[in-house]
Design a protein around this ligand. Structure first.
Ligand SMILES: Cc1cc2nc3c(=O)[nH]c(=O)nc-3n(C[C@H](O)[C@H](O)[C@H](O)COP(=O)(O)O)c2cc1C
Length: 186
């Protein structure tokens, strides 16, 4: 199956961190100016909306299932995501999803996503994997795409985000930006 070819790719500046924060249900509470610029939405069109507003139809559902399972179990996760801009263009990002806890109660009260433009070789690898996963999902459902993904990862002897970290390993700019920003979005 061919990937969706509508829209053109927006190149993301590697020094621009694209940040959003949601409540525990994935409703957007905050988006930074880079998010607003690249998505093409105004802040008032984003806040209060479900985060799937930027979901690209080329993204297999299994990746979001995995991401939600991980953050709902209290762990952060790295994922590579293709996002849809308001005008139909798209951009690939490596994303760190982090859980956020209330400073006094220590209860999880939301999630933050920090995104950086994905490297070319990461886009190449992940777009092939996602095209396969989406095709399987469309014909045989998400259980089948999950099985395919788990077998693929088992053959690499890695979890999904170990695989992402392995692919993006050289991108230390992302890690240093992440550590600087980590405390800004409680
Ligand atoms: C903090 C946070 C950031 C998210 N960022 C994105 C994103 O950039 N793109 C995206 O497609 N989904 C993102 N999601 C996942 C969406 O909430 C949603 O699960 C996904 O788009 C799949 O849509 P669906 O749940 O309607 O199938 C994010 C979720 C959270 C909690």
């Amino acid at each position: 199956m061919q990937a969706n070819t509508k829209g053109k790719e927006i190149k993301v500046d590697k020094y621009h961190m694209i940040v959003s924060r949601t409540d525990t249900k994935g409703i957007i509470e905050y988006a930074n100016s880079n998010f607003i610029e690249i998505s093409g939405y105004g802040i008032s069109e984003l806040v209060g909306k479900p985060h799937n507003i930027v979901r690209h139809p080329d993204m297999p559902a299994i990746i979001f299932k995995l991401m939600w399972q991980r953050i709902q179990s209290g762990q952060d996760i790295f994922a590579v995501v293709k996002n849809l801009a308001k005008n139909g263009d798209y951009y690939w990002v490596t994303t760190k999803f982090e859980i956020k806890k209330h400073p006094f109660t220590n209860q999880v009260n939301g999630y933050v996503a920090y995104r950086q433009g994905a490297l070319e070789h990461v886009i190449d690898t992940m777009s092939k994997l996602y095209t396969d996963l989406l095709a399987i999902e469309k014909t045989n459902g998400m259980d089948a795409s999950e099985k395919y993904l788990l077998e693929f990862l088992a053959s690499k002897n890695m979890t999904y985000d170990q695989y992402i970290e392995h692919l993006t390993g050289s991108s230390s700019i992302f890690k240093s930006l992440l550590s600087k920003m980590a405390n800004l979005f409680h």
